[in-house]
Design a protein. Structure first.
Length: 278
């Protein structure tokens, strides 16, 4: 999906958008909607397991603030702080209070569920805002949300108003011949501990983290693109480490192609919904 002239839609000015999830996809959506003048609030849990933190606003939760491609995000624990940030537009608020409280206080026009919960039963969002959008596999438009955005590479960013998104399938896109082997998944439930940082160079077999009593090592040579934050509890099979084998040309910071294209789909869906005479 290209821009189709949706860029510069000034009628999105001040539109209140609540967005669930601060991972690379949710962050790309928040970034784009903020640039279009929307009043965007990201809702996040107190200890998110996000790995691609250089490509996301997640670290605002841990460090109080962070930046992604020139836009700031700041953690807000109180709704008054959220309102102050929305008014000043100095940063996108990342709210870590109860989700129900956010809905109550903000009364969003639009709700976008960008949590990308691949292995859990999809949660319905319809009725939580005037217009709802869900991102991810196995979602049905009209059931889980008013619109669904395709997040698989086939049909990436497509706005679905009838029917469902594709079922979670297949392998991740390869980078230099490496697919699923770029990732390390938690071998057990526990607290993820690491001294490593995003963008660190690693060698295959090098210790990167531990979930007591297991040591987790780099699966191949490259650069850490994904790394869950130190001290975060994770469950078995959670993705906790990702290595980009490209070394110097590795993509570890900024908005990636897939999140960017999904964000275009979200912008298109909202623009069409807002269009006069719809």
């Amino acid at each position: 999906m290209g821009h189709h002239g949706y860029d510069g839609h000034m009628d999105l000015q001040g539109l209140k958008v609540a967005l669930r999830g601060s991972g690379d996809i949710g962050s790309a959506v928040a970034h784009r909607l903020f640039l279009h003048g929307c009043a965007v609030v990201i809702h996040e849990v107190p200890l998110p397991t996000t790995t691609r933190r250089g490509m996301a606003f997640t670290d605002a939760v841990f460090d109080r603030q962070t930046q992604l491609e020139g836009i700031n995000a700041m953690r807000a624990d109180e709704f008054g702080h959220v309102e102050g940030l929305l008014a000043s537009r100095q940063a996108i608020p990342v709210y870590v209070g109860p989700f129900g409280r956010l809905l109550e206080e903000m009364a969003p026009d639009v709700l976008v569920d960008a949590r990308m919960r691949k292995h859990e039963a999809p949660e319905g969002q319809r009725g939580l805002a005037d217009f709802t959008i869900s991102l991810g596999p196995d979602l049905v438009a009209g059931q889980h949300a008013d619109r669904v955005i395709e997040t698989s590479w086939d049909g990436l960013g497509r706005v679905i108003s009838r029917g469902g998104s594709m079922t979670l399938a297949g392998e991740p896109r390869e980078i230099e011949g490496h697919g699923r082997d770029r990732y390390v998944y938690a071998p057990l439930d526990g607290v993820f501990r690491t001294r490593a940082r995003i963008a660190d160079k690693v060698r295959r077999g090098e210790e990167v983290a531990e979930i007591d009593p297991m040591v987790l090592t780099a699966p191949l040579d490259g650069v850490l693109r994904g790394l869950t934050h130190d001290g975060v509890p994770v469950t078995v099979w959670a993705k906790v480490i990702e290595v980009d084998p490209r070394g110097a040309t590795a993509e570890v910071h900024g908005i990636g192609e897939r999140p960017r294209r999904i964000s275009e789909g979200v912008l298109q869906a909202i623009s069409e919904w807002r269009r006069p005479g719809r």
